[in-house]
Structures are given as C-alpha cells and as structure tokens.
Design a protein. Structure first.
Length: 210
C-alpha cells in the first residue's frame, strides 16, 4: 500500500485526487495539507511513502516547500502537481529534487502511473516534457535567460509580471522589501534587462505568469 500526502490549498481538488486514489487498490491518501508549512509539519510527524505537492501554495511557493521536504526527509519522493505547463516549472522542480512533475490537466490514469513509478524509486516526466527535452537536445540546447535565476529570483520575476509591487511581493514571499529589491536587481543583471518593464515583457512573452 502506497501512503500519499496530498498538498493543495483547494479542498475540492484534494477530495478529487483522494477519490481517484481511493479507487486504486494499492494507493491511499493518508494525509491532506492545505499549506506548505502544514505539509512540512505532517511529514515530520507521520510516515508517508510519497508527497503529491502543488506548485502554487498560498503561504510558501511549492519549490520552497520541496527544498524543505528534501532537507527533512531526503529519501521521500515528491511528485509535483501544477496547473503550469511543463516548460515553466518541470525542469526547475526536478533540479530541486522532485521525483516527477505532472500537469493538473493530466488524465487520472496518468496520475496513478506517475505515483506508482515515483514510489518505486524512479523519476517521472510526461511525454510532453520528454519531447521538449529531446527537441532541445537535437537543436543544441540553449538555456533561456530565466533558467539561470535562483528559485527566489524566479519567483520575484513571476510576481512582478503579475502586477505586484515590491511591498506586495515581499508580503507574498514573507521577506523584507530590501531583500526583494536585491532579488530584483540580481534578476535584471542576470537576464541583461534594464528595468521592470523589460522584465515584465519577457515574462509575458515566455508565459511565466504566476
């Protein structure tokens, strides 16, 4: 029996995922968390075989939650689940230590396959992401400007593009305005951009909105 912790801030989605897994004999949802911090606490207190983790969490970005889970339980596989397309967060998630990445629009059968594969110690990537990787290799892979950013810098860029000011970004990321300003300056320098307007235009062009 594979014991799964489902982490998502939407109760309806958590119940839907639980129903899919309950209909599968070897899978069981033995825990639900509605925030990143709750998920971290539950992993510290209870035994799970796998964590199904949403990227967009209200209190703590999914990538940050993933990093903490990796520190707490390095061998616990984490399967990222997101509404964002694979080209936005999949590679970033896997580089951070996720065992796999799945889009929320995937079919239930694909979710079950991904959970079983990740729980057995293997990695899981979708057919779509595999094709993107293969195309990138055949064309001579070239890293996009935003892929050089740290997770915090990348999150700052996405929040800037969604129309948030420095104060709002600082509140969302639970950081000081000064720290966010540093991230903003670093991302502009790394991406060779002159100002916020250019950063926002880049994010829109590359579909990076949160």
């Amino acid at each position: 029996m594979i014991k799964v912790l489902v982490v998502d801030d939407h109760a309806i989605l958590r119940k839907g995922l639980a129903q899919i897994l309950e209909d599968t004999p070897d899978l069981r949802v033995t825990g639900e968390a509605e925030s990143g911090m709750q998920a971290i606490r539950m992993v510290q207190e209870q035994p799970f075989d796998l964590v199904l983790l949403d990227i967009s969490m209200p209190d703590k970005h999914g990538i940050e939650v993933l990093k903490q889970l990796r520190q707490t339980r390095p061998t616990l596989p984490v399967l990222m689940l997101s509404m964002h397309a694979e080209d936005q967060y999949a590679l970033r998630s896997i580089k951070t230590g996720a065992a796999g990445y799945l889009n929320k629009q995937s079919a239930p059968a694909q979710l079950v396959t991904a959970i079983r594969q990740v729980a057995s110690g293997k990695k899981y990537i979708s057919v779509e992401l595999a094709e993107q990787l293969a195309n990138g290799l055949s064309q001579g892979y070239q890293e996009l400007a935003h892929q050089s950013l740290s997770n915090r810098e990348y999150q700052t860029l996405c929040l800037m593009a969604s129309g948030k000011g420095l104060t709002e970004i600082a509140e969302t990321m639970s950081l000081s305005v000064k720290t966010v300003s540093v991230y903003r300056a670093r991302l502009l320098e790394k991406m060779n951009l002159r100002n916020n307007a250019e950063a926002i235009q880049y994010a829109i062009t590359h579909h990076l909105l949160e």
